[in-house]
Design a protein around this ligand. Structure first.
Ligand code: FAD
Length: 393
């Protein structure tokens, strides 16, 4: 087996992995970024919506944007509507993930990282109780890549962390199973991302219509993994939704995927290894969004790794700075999202409807952030407020 050595090897070139690689390479480390697929950003498993909060962390290349959105519309089960917008008119974007993911990997390469596609990690190597590399199938060739730090950025199906002994198990009820069509020839609101709630539409989840330009949108549904079964899979609910809403639309792409809704895993580092993005379950369980957290987590991870490698101390104790920082910066919001999701799922059908009735109207946020949105929603619903008060305020 061939052998090689780097300071850092990042497994997975999604937003989390590319961001980690970018920062670590920018700080002068020898970084290898690998992905199992032959094209970065493909297949797209995402509705591609992100709030403008992302611009606090990275510059968004206009070529990665399909649509600027004014806000979100939440449609309740009884046809109630909550319109959330931002005072500066642009609340977020519907991205083109094919271009976005590639551009992030390109930035990592520009910072000095080596990028390799069609390289699939299939195990981690260990010595003296610490991870010291990964085994990779590189287009048929087996290679052992040693590194001071291995980064598990391998998404929702993550296995790298588990190989290292971290607990990333997800219960069925902690996963949303999703189906999505990219549709054209449809009449959709091109200024707002819309969500549709209701047990008949999407049990334990919601349906979405995210505009990707005139008469074009990502139309999808996510349902609770424990609810999915024969004849009531996400695709069955999606077909019913599309039949009802866009009977004359055309489907030009179909995707399936899963979103981890467990809230962040407790331990995200071990000796010589760290997990970022979906691998660390850094997704807001209330919205199902994880692009922002993948970027934020990658920024912190790259910084901590750069310091740890320079100090020649890549033990779990040293890497724990990453855990402290992600918890402070966005962990609490994810935890609040988990509480809000659990609150909603436990409501009786009557109270579920009452909850959405209480949200009817408009919210104009000074700045569109996940935290600000959840705060405003909670203020409109005192019972929800009670369950979130300690985490959000
Ligand atoms: C249907 C759907 C809709 C969504 N909509 C939204 C949305 O609108 N907004 C939002 O913010 N989030 C959304 N998400 C979530 C979002 O897509 C993820 O949170 C985000 O992509 C996480 O980034 P990541 O880098 O952690 O993982 P990923 O983007 O999944 O990247 C992981 C990478 O690791 C690679 N990989 C995996 N295993 C290996 C291996 N063994 N060796 C080498 N490479 C490997 C994969 O090929 C992949 O490129 C959605 C998810 C789904 C499924």
């Amino acid at each position: 087996m061939e052998e090689e050595e780097h300071d850092v090897v990042v497994v997975g070139a999604g937003p989390a992995g590319s961001m980690t690689a970018l920062v670590a390479a920018d700080r002068g480390l020898d970084v290898l970024l690998i992905d199992r697929n032959s094209e970065i950003g493909v297949p797209v498993r995402c509705a591609e919506g992100v709030s403008r909060e992302i611009e606090k962390f990275i510059e968004i290349d206009p070529r990665c944007v399909c649509t600027e959105i004014k806000g979100f519309i939440t449609n309740g089960p009884e046809g109630t509507k909550l319109v959330v917008s931002a005072s500066d008119d642009v609340a977020g974007y519907v991205l083109d993930r094919r271009t976005f993911d590639k551009s992030l990997a390109q930035e990592a390469a520009r910072a000095g990282a080596e990028v390799r596609v069609k390289n699939r990690a299939y195990g981690v190597s260990k010595s003296n109780g610490r991870v010291n590399g990964v085994y990779v199938n590189a287009s048929g060739e087996e290679v052992c890549i040693s590194a001071d730090v291995v980064v598990a950025a391998d998404g929702v199906e993550s296995r790298v962390g588990r190989w290292a002994g971290l607990d990333t198990r997800l219960r069925l009820e902690d996963v949303a199973t999703c189906a999505q069509y990219l549709m054209c020839d449809i009449e959709a609101n091109s200024d707002y991302c819309e969500q549709y709630f209701g047990w008949e539409i999407a049990p334990g989840g919601y349906a979405w219509v995210f505009p990707k330009g005139e008469h074009r949108a990502n139309v999808g549904i996510g349902i609770g993994g424990n609810i999915s079964g024969e004849h009531h899979r996400a695709i069955d609910f999606l077909d019913a939704f599309v039949h009802e809403k866009f009977p004359n639309g055309q489907i030009i792409a179909r995707i399936f995927g899963a979103v981890p809704l467990s809230g962040p895993v407790y331990r995200t580092v071990t000796n010589g290894l760290l997990m970022v993005g979906d691998a660390a379950r850094h997704v807001n369980p209330f919205s199902g969004g994880g692009i922002l957290e993948a970027i934020q987590g990658g920024l912190i991870a790259g910084d901590v790794i750069a310091k740890a490698v320079r100090e020649k101390d890549c033990t779990a104790r040293r890497l724990r700075e990453y855990e402290r920082r992600w918890w402070r910066e966005f962990g609490r919001v994810l935890y609040a999202g988990l509480k809000a999701k659990n609150y909603l799922l436990k409501l009786s059908p009557q109270n579920f409807n009452r909850f959405f009735r209480s949200l009817t109207g408009e919210i104009k946020l000074k700045e569109y952030t996940e935290r600000a949105l959840m705060k405003e929603m909670a203020k409109k619903n005192p019972k929800m407020l009670l369950s979130l008060v300690r985490t959000l305020f």
